[in-house]
Design a protein around this ligand. Structure first.
Ligand code: ADP
Ligand code: MG
Length: 669
């Protein structure tokens, strides 16, 4: 049953299933293993008398003075009051409705006398107010901690609650996957899954998370274990040839010490008979790509071919442009293949790869698809490897026992990296290129927002580019998202009216890539976006990063975003627009302002929040893990690594642990 598509859930048809696919929800099992990102406390309903500014809670009272006003053809404002004994809580909702007469929400509200509303109390013009609160016209069915899930357009949290309830009915089909001596140390698997969705207490939630985090590490380690056993021989590359040498001689800059020693490591690995499995780790902007280019040319010099895999199409395109610009003068041919490549183009590229007409093929996971056959693949390069599973990594290099080079910007200490990627050798590039000016990072009060945008316009007039980032609006019951998009649009017609502005947000389809491409090509001056500006986006002329509501981002995210600017000599700026409401929020932004080192940022943040803060946003979370945070959960990682080693020593193929084996397989299709 757990492998059934989610369409087995009542009221989920193919249309909703398509929308859910965006959240990686395909089967009932996916629903069970998609964890809440927060919880709402529905354990008690407060009276409006208890409404304090800033509180996020469930309120209950009599509803009065309900009205609806039309703001524009499809936009309405609904207002009402929730009555306590002494005080009143104002309620308002913006809704979109093309219906004639009253909106659906208004009709629902008009039928009841009492109401339950969950939301954050804000200071309104006429006293405390909740805007866009989630309302219930009868007593909510939950009186516990209610999970809040990641959402996508067309998928509401209410739907997700229905889905998880349905999925939890089949919990008995979940098998324990940890060996018995370990599972008894933690909450059982079923119990942990139930508790992470519907915790009865915070203590229970902490137990559930601990168990599931350990499990993530354990499975990851166990899957590596099997891979290490497979390390084998590969091509022995020649000493650096003419092309490689020419490339190194012609570099427009001096390599940093870290780059030099990484290149030495790669040279040694590639010239040996053993398969190279090397990780190049360095902060954003440390110059990992040069090392990758060196490796590519070395392979080509020895008559080999290279596959370069990058997580997204836009990054693949950038990497392709960059490699092509650098390699064409050396007479090295490049190719580009992504999921969207037309079938005609694709055929041609496949032919060229097979006939060695392309030496370096750059693309997304489309490269793994079995149809790509190389004549003589001797090197696989993977950028931002944390986005790919271990299996995918191996799939690429196993095509012909090719050497494997992976690059990562995830900031973790060396010892931790060794534990985590037990199968990889590691080269670290510890420093940024000399002469890189630290990014001037400032905290800006929202009142001074206009000054920031004036500054942006001024920079653009000097030929520079800027990013403006709004927090991801996944909270959306669609309305919030609209608000953000409108705010973005208003920026583009007001503060930024004089410059060429591109807009990118999560609800856009393919045209998103086009806009990013235009920005990359310099056809746009400012890129405004709600979603992540792709990790690794390299726009040399971008010198200004404006982050709106900066307090709503995780620090690792802020650091990544800031890394998008200041990638050349020009002085770069990062403006964090925020009015931090708590001391903690202010201190966190201070860390970003004073530190430019990703690892330090993660560590400082952890110190600030304390290791007990299991619910905080993951800072150094490797996207491979859903719950685990590499730095916060270091102790669990080490424990898992030790246990896996013991296990594999006695039973390398995990023959005595079929459930564990099955689970590893399941997670890495
Ligand atoms: P990342 O490690 O984030 O992938 P990149 O390889 O994209 O970093 O390098 C960032 C920028 O720094 C690129 O524009 C690159 O040309 C430049 N760069 C790389 N190495 C050096 C160096 N040693 N000195 C000066 N600039 C460098
Ligand atoms: Mg990079």
């Amino acid at each position: 049953m757990l492998e059934q598509p989610i369409t087995v859930i009542p009221r989920v048809g193919t249309r909703k299933a398509q929308l859910a696919a965006k959240l990686e929800l395909h089967t009932l099992r996916d629903v069970l293993f998609s964890f809440p990102r927060a919880y709402k406390d529905f354990t008690a309903a407060l009276s409006p008398d208890q409404a304090e500014i800033g509180a996020e809670a469930l309120f209950h009272g009599q509803i009065a003075d309900l009205i609806e006003r039309e703001l524009s053809r499809n936009r309405r404002l609904i207002q009402a009051r929730l009555l306590g004994n002494r005080r009143v809580l104002n309620l308002s909702w913006f809704t979109a409705s093309y219906r004639r007469g009253f909106s659906y929400q208004y009709m629902q509200l008009s039928r009841v006398d009492e109401l339950w509303v969950y939301g954050t109390v804000k200071p309104g013009l006429y006293g405390p107010e909740i805007v866009g609160g989630e309302f219930y016209t009868s007593k909510p069915k939950y009186s516990c901690f209610v999970p809040v899930y990641p959402l996508a357009a067309g998928i509401t949290n209410r739907m997700r609650l229905d889905w998880i309830e349905f999925a939890l009915k089949h919990l008995d089909q979940i098998q324990e996957c940890l060996p018995e001596h370990l599972s008894s140390r933690f909450l059982g698997r079923r119990e942990a899954l139930r508790a992470i969705h519907f915790p009865r207490s915070e203590a229970e939630l902490a137990e559930a998370r601990k168990r599931l985090i350990f499990e993530e590490f354990f499975l990851f380690q166990a899957s590596l274990g099997a891979a290490v056993a497979k390390r084998r021989e590969s091509v022995k590359h020649q000493p650096d040839g003419t092309v490689t040498k020419r490339f190194l001689e012609r570099l427009p800059f001096r390599l940093t010490n870290g780059q030099v020693s990484a290149i030495d490591d790669v040279r040694r690995d590639m010239e040996s008979q053993q398969q190279m499995r090397r990780l190049i780790q360095g902060d954003v902007g440390s110059g990992k790509t040069v090392v990758a280019e060196y490796a590519c040319l070395k392979a080509v010099d020895s008559g080999g071919q290279v596959a370069v895999m990058v997580p997204t199409e836009i990054l693949a395109r950038q990497m392709y442009d960059r490699f092509t610009a650098d390699f064409a003068p050396l007479g090295v041919s490049t190719g580009f293949l992504v999921g969207r490549t037309s079938s005609k183009r694709r055929k041609e590229i496949l032919r060229k790869a097979a006939e060695r007409d392309i030496s370096v093929l750059i693309g997304t996971h489309a490269l793994i698809s079995d149809h790509v056959q190389f004549d003589n693949l001797t090197l696989a390069v993977i950028d931002e490897q944390h986005r790919f599973g271990v299996r995918q990594r191996l799939a690429l290099s196993d095509k012909s026992n090719a050497d494997l080079l992976v690059m990562s910007a995830t900031p973790i200490p060396r010892s931790l990296a060794l534990t985590l990627y037990g199968d990889l050798n590691i080269s670290i590039i510890p420093e940024l290129p000399a002469g890189r000016k630290p990014i001037d990072t400032r905290l800006i009060h929202p009142r001074q927002r206009d000054d920031v945008y004036r500054f942006v316009v001024q920079r653009v007039k000097q030929g520079e580019q800027a990013f403006v980032v709004f927090p991801l609006v996944e909270e959306s019951e669609k309305l919030d998202a609209r608000a953000a998009i409108q705010e973005m649009e208003s920026l583009s017609i007001q503060q930024l009216a004089e410059v060429r502005v591109g807009l990118v947000h999560g609800q856009m389809g393919k045209e998103k890539d086009q806009v990013m491409q235009d920005f990359y090509d310099g056809k746009l001056d400012v890129l405004i976006t709600t979603t992540v500006v792709e990790v690794g986006m390299n726009v040399l002329k971008a010198t200004v990063m404006v982050i709106e509501n900066a307090d709503r981002f995780g620090l690792a995210q802020l650091h990544q975003l800031r890394g998008r600017v200041g990638r050349a000599e020009k002085q770069a700026y990062c403006f964090l627009i925020a009015e931090p409401k708590t001391e903690l929020a202010r201190q966190r932004l201070d860390i970003i302002r004073h530190t430019n080192d990703g690892l330090k940022i993660a560590e400082e943040d952890l110190k600030l929040r304390g290791p007990g803060d299991l619910l905080g946003t993951r800072q150094s979370g490797d996207p491979w893990f859903k719950l685990a945070d590499l730095i916060r959960d270091q102790a669990l990682l080490e424990q898992a690594a030790r246990e896996v080693q013991k296990l594999i020593r006695d039973d390398p193929e995990l023959e005595r642990h079929p459930e564990l084996r099955a689970e590893i397989k399941r997670q890495q299709p």
